[in-house]
Design a protein around this ligand. Structure first.
Ligand SMILES: Cc1ncc(COP(=O)(O)O)c(C=O)c1O
Length: 444
């Protein structure tokens, strides 16, 4: 009999855990184990103090273990651990729905809770198709996304998503999807600060051509992110979202804007819809909703869509969709606490005031070895690192070098992404950028 206490050998405690979106074999050789978090830092089991320059995964906008959020979760856990999401509600979830709806423009006034950004995207796509059917336009089933778009990992999200590795292993995906091209010109738009001023009409002409090709009567919705986050921080031209709204509206097509990253402060504003003065039909949110503390996402829905569902169904559930953990009491309590901190501590305004400093800091990397493009929007930065031969063969060592020197940033392929906690000091911005500079210079 083996003396090993586990199937995998007594020293290999990490083996049974299959990490998501991770090179597992490489991870096993050098496991990164975060033992605790506090404020702007992670602390690893190996004794490292790590500046979190990626806000967890774009979600810990307030930093870690905020005392008000911790207290809210603890109090709620002692009060209601779980409440059924079907046929029941609880006080925190009603209140949070109102607080969220109040932050979105126009008639975006109903909130359908889910547990992640992926579920929010699939929920929004289902809502769009069902909405048209309920209105007697059941031929509108086609869904249009964008190259390099990321809408999570459900079958709906990857079907409209535009990241090749996330799609190619999974068969034929949803039928009847198409994609707009990526609204970024790597030559003309390179090194732009903020939104490129490039003419967005050619992208609208392309959308019009796609709509003509398929016929508007077959198209349910267009879904885009305000900027491609997981796709590497690529920013569409100024006015793109507004024009997309106009063109989709003209053809009776719903516009879904995926604000999983951009809602709750990343752009120095409550959300992109408010910032850009655009009212989508549906907005998807997650991550910052409760500072990434307890899984939660939502679709925020225009009144006309909600009313259509309510008015078309005489009795019984109006939308055959939902999750056991929709509007979970702990997530909702954390959400209320986080939203309260955003408001009372002026977090979005402070983030906005930091944007010019962050922009200068990120763009100071121009001219460093291997850097071929730099982009920024709000408190998000992207630095493209020229590959030697294979995708990410330089960007990954650069991110690893930064990690070894106490700064956590992330690379998506050849693009290094920076997403500071909204409360970063200028010193913490400097430390992030100088650590990346050192890493670039140390990488051949
Ligand atoms: C724009 C966008 N949509 C959806 C998702 C998926 O969110 P989740 O990982 O919570 O499913 C993400 C995650 O990064 C995202 O950035």
């Amino acid at each position: 009999m083996s003396s090993n206490p586990t199937k995998h050998g007594q020293n290999d405690r990490v083996e049974p855990y299959w990490l998501p979106f991770t090179a597992n074999k490489a991870y096993r050789a050098a496991p990164r184990v975060i033992e605790r978090a506090d404020g702007h830092y992670y602390y690893t089991e190996a004794g490292q103090k790590l500046l979190d320059s990626f806000s967890g995964l774009w979600c810990s906008n307030l930093g870690h273990n905020h005392p008000k959020i911790v207290e809210a979760i603890q109090t709620q856990a002692a009060k209601i651990d779980y409440s059924p999401s079907f046929n029941f509600g609880h006080p925190a979830v009603f209140e949070l729905a109102q607080v969220i709806a109040d932050q979105f423009p126009g008639t975006l006034d109903h909130v359908f809770f889910v547990n992640s950004g992926s579920e929010a995207a699939d929920t929004a796509l289902k809502l769009a198709i069902a909405y048209h059917r309920l209105r007697g336009e059941g031929t509108r089933t086609r869904l249009i996304g964008r190259v390099r778009g990321y809408h999570g990992v459900g079958f709906g999200g990857i079907s409209v998503g535009g990241m090749v590795n996330n799609r190619k292993f999974f068969g034929s995906l949803l039928p009847g999807t198409d994609h707009l091209s990526f609204p970024y010109d790597p030559v003309q738009d390179a090194y732009t600060r903020g939104q490129p001023q490039t003419d967005c009409e050619p992208y609208m002409d392309e959308l019009e051509a796609l709509i003509t090709l398929h016929d508007p009567s077959t198209i349910a919705a267009v879904i885009v992110e305000p900027f491609a986050g997981s796709g590497g921080v690529y920013i569409p031209p100024a006015g793109y979202l507004k024009r997309l709204r106009e063109v989709t509206k003209k053809h009776g097509i719903l516009l879904i804007v995926d604000e999983v990253i951009t809602a709750f402060g990343r752009l120095g504003a409550p959300n992109a819809a408010t910032l850009y003065g655009v009212e989508p039909d549906i907005v998807t949110i997650a991550k910052g909703i409760n500072n990434g503390t307890v899984p939660m996402g939502a679709a925020v829905i225009q009144k006309k869509i909600y009313d259509t569902f309510m008015d078309s169904t005489p009795a019984g559930p109006e939308f055959f969709h939902g999750y056991t953990y929709s509007g979970h009491p702990l997530a909702a309590a954390a959400g209320l606490a986080a939203q309260n901190v955003f408001k009372t501590e002026g977090v979005f305004e402070r983030a906005q005031s930091l944007i010019p400093y962050f922009e200068d800091a990120v763009h100071s990397l121009k001219g460093e070895p291997h850097v071929v493009d730099i982009r920024n929007i709000g408190l998000a930065g992207g630095v493209t690192i020229e590959r030697r031969d294979q995708p990410a063969d330089r960007a990954t060592p650069v991110a690893n070098h930064a990690y070894a020197n106490g700064v956590y940033v992330r690379n998506n392929g050849d693009d290094l992404a920076i997403a500071p906690i909204l409360g970063f000091s200028t010193t913490e911005i400097d430390r992030t950028i100088e650590t990346i500079r050192t890493a670039l210079r140390a990488t051949d």
